[in-house]
Ligand binder design. Structure first.
Ligand code: NI
Length: 154
């Protein structure tokens, strides 16, 4: 088995908050990432595919094709966007690196037809990154829109 990886970059804004928490608790838990209008990160995404090299090409997956799959299905949808509001497949989830990696997996896994998806590694900074290997996990979905309205009105 050989593991091949494509690295991609994107920049996006997010705000981490849980609408069921008080303002104080959100501030305490999410700190800078709870900034009301969001703040930005320069993300690095590494997608690893595993498989046996094709005997005729020597490729597990053509890395140009892997790049296009990641670009079309993930990077183009999140780059220079506000992750809480602009991205269909992230609506209502708390956009931590953990939850982004889980959602990216579910989008990319069915698109990869040479080899199989092995891992999603997502760097939120040079120091902080998460890795996901596809174990089943469910993410709570909140109604961020009503939470935002509630905060604006209170
Ligand atoms: Ni943040």
């Amino acid at each position: 088995m050989v593991y091949v990886t494509r690295k991609m970059h994107f920049s996006a804004a997010h705000r981490l908050f849980n609408p069921t928490f008080s303002h104080e608790k959100n501030e305490q838990i999410f700190d800078k990432c709870n900034n009301p209008l969001g703040h930005g990160h320069n993300y690095t995404l590494e997608v690893t595919v595993k498989g046996m090299p094709d005997p005729e090409t020597g490729y597990v997956i053509d890395l140009k094709k892997l790049r296009d799959i990641i670009e079309d299905n993930v990077v183009d949808k999140v780059d220079h966007k506000h992750l809480n509001y602009d991205v269909d497949f992230l609506q209502g989830i708390i956009p931590t690196a953990e939850n982004l990696a889980i959602r990216f997996w579910s989008i990319l896994e069915p698109k990869i037809t040479s080899g199989t998806l092995h891992s999603i590694k997502l760097f939120e900074s040079d120091q902080n990154f998460v890795e996901y290997f596809g174990e089943p996990v469910s993410i709570p979905v909140y109604n961020h829109e009503s939470a935002l309205n509630r905060e604006v009105m209170s």
